[in-house]
Ligand binder design. Structure first.
Ligand SMILES: [Zn+2]
Length: 432
């Protein structure tokens, strides 16, 4: 008998519609959801693991739709400054000291944090991405990976593209299908139009999507208009990039004509905490939603957030949308949670596999323990998850039906040794 896992008498939030919440059983076979419905008597079969669901709440694993996982080494290194100063004076000089083994170790550190906070899928844009792919393979997470392409000031931009393309082609479908890949031109201020045209041709030829920071600051929009006579979304549209599946990160400063362009993206990724911390602005989320955009949520890197977990993004997104529109109904709890689950899955083109709990979807599941003072009493599970729950309330996490975390313990990674190595590597890197 193949092994199976039964989540018994558990509260299930499928995240399809708010009213689909149920108390019942969820059976996982061969990594997929085989049954989800009212509790019933199961035949006591060999290899059936029964997980008791008392006070437990199962939801689709969170999708962190934009991060730079390896940046965990710079958490707290450069705070309280604007994007340009932060990036040019602080971050990029430190990142030139990174060696592939460092990216591996610091990404493991990030993976520990993602898993313990109930994130099961992340979209990453960074360097030495082979190392990040190795981390994904080992830790059991699902990921959409892309090598960051920054070519401004470089002599041979085509070599950048070759590297990013090679990574994308060699790694798509890796880790038992958990890895998908994209091309990631970093932004319009680091990738000129001629290069973006090359990226477009390669992406069309190889059927790859794009991952790009877009309209993050006013300066980016103004500089783009001066240099190319168009806003960043219009520049990309004019270059034909919106004909491809595109993951548009931030989109804080879209102008009137930009909304219909952004509606064509697979996802606009809202990173509210990072945006607030860098004082980049507040994205017009309700207007993006009403004009047809699929909005997902991301944390961005650990040194602009400074966490990688999604509950903070869900709550901050909901609060900001309400404040920006002066309407408390602007982004209700269920809708904000949906952005962090189904919205993320759609943004990454994975909605057929993950993002909701439904029969035959992949069993990527996060389980919260609601036996806590700040979750008692419970009138509304969506409200508690969006506004009251903490990442430490996550008690178990699985991807493809494999436990990565159970009873608040990591099962695929050795937390103490990863943390110790990270500290040692940071000390060496700083002295380089
Ligand atoms: Zn970013």
């Amino acid at each position: 008998m193949e092994s199976a896992i039964l989540l018994k008498r558990i509260t299930i939030l499928p995240m399809t519609r708010a009213e689909d919440l149920l108390e019942g059983d969820l059976l996982i076979r061969r990594g997929r959801i085989a049954y989800l419905g009212p509790s019933r008597d199961w035949v006591d079969e060999d290899g059936l693991e029964v997980y008791q669901g008392k006070n437990k709440v199962a939801i689709p694993g969170f999708v962190n739709a934009h991060t730079h996982l390896g940046m965990t080494f710079l958490r707290g290194f450069a705070d309280d400054m604007d994007l340009h100063t932060w990036l040019v004076d602080k971050i990029w000089p430190m990142e030139t000291k990174l060696r592939p083994g460092d990216v591996y170790c610091f990404s493991l550190l990030g993976a520990l944090e993602l898993i313990a906070a109930g994130v099961t899928t992340f979209a990453d844009m960074y360097w030495s991405m082979e190392e990040v792919a190795r981390v994904v393979t080992e830790c059991g997470l699902r990921a959409c990976l892309s090598q960051a392409l920054i070519v401004a000031g470089k002599d041979h931009p085509e070599r950048e593209l070759e590297g990013g393309l090679r990574f994308a082609l060699e790694n798509r479908g890796a880790a038992e299908g958990r890895i998908t890949t994209m091309l990631a031109p970093h932004a319009v201020y680091t990738c000129p139009p001629d290069f973006l045209k090359l990226v477009r041709e390669a992406a069309i030829r190889e059927r790859l999507g794009l991952h790009i920071h877009l309209s993050e600051t006013r300066k980016e929009v103004e500089d783009c208009r001066i240099a190319y006579g168009a806003t960043p979304p219009r520049l990309l549209r004019n270059l034909g990039l919106f004909e491809l599946p595109i993951l548009a990160i931030h989109c804080i400063w879209p102008e009137e004509g930009d909304f219909s362009i952004l509606a064509k993206a697979k996802g606009v990724v809202h990173c509210p905490t990072s945006n607030l911390k860098i004082a980049a602005g507040i994205a017009p989320v309700t207007k993006l939603l009403s004009s047809g955009s699929n909005v997902a949520l991301g944390t961005d890197g650990a040194c602009s957030n400074n966490r990688l977990e999604m509950l903070q993004e869900i709550k901050t997104a909901a609060l900001l949308a309400k404040t920006r529109t002066r309407d408390p109904k602007a982004l209700p709890a269920f809708r904000a949670l949906q952005m962090a689950t189904l919205g993320g899955a759609r943004a990454l083109g994975l909605e057929e596999q993950i993002g909701t709990l439904e029969a035959w979807k992949q069993a990527d599941i996060t389980i919260f323990d609601f036996d806590a003072p700040h979750l008692t009493p419970c009138f509304d599970h969506y409200s508690h998850l969006a506004y009251a729950a903490l990442p430490s309330d996550v008690t178990a996490v699985m991807v493809q039906g494999r436990w990565l975390y159970k009873n608040r313990r990591h099962l695929t990674l050795d937390r103490p040794s990863v943390q110790q190595e990270a500290v040692e590597r940071v000390q060496k890197l700083m002295s380089r």
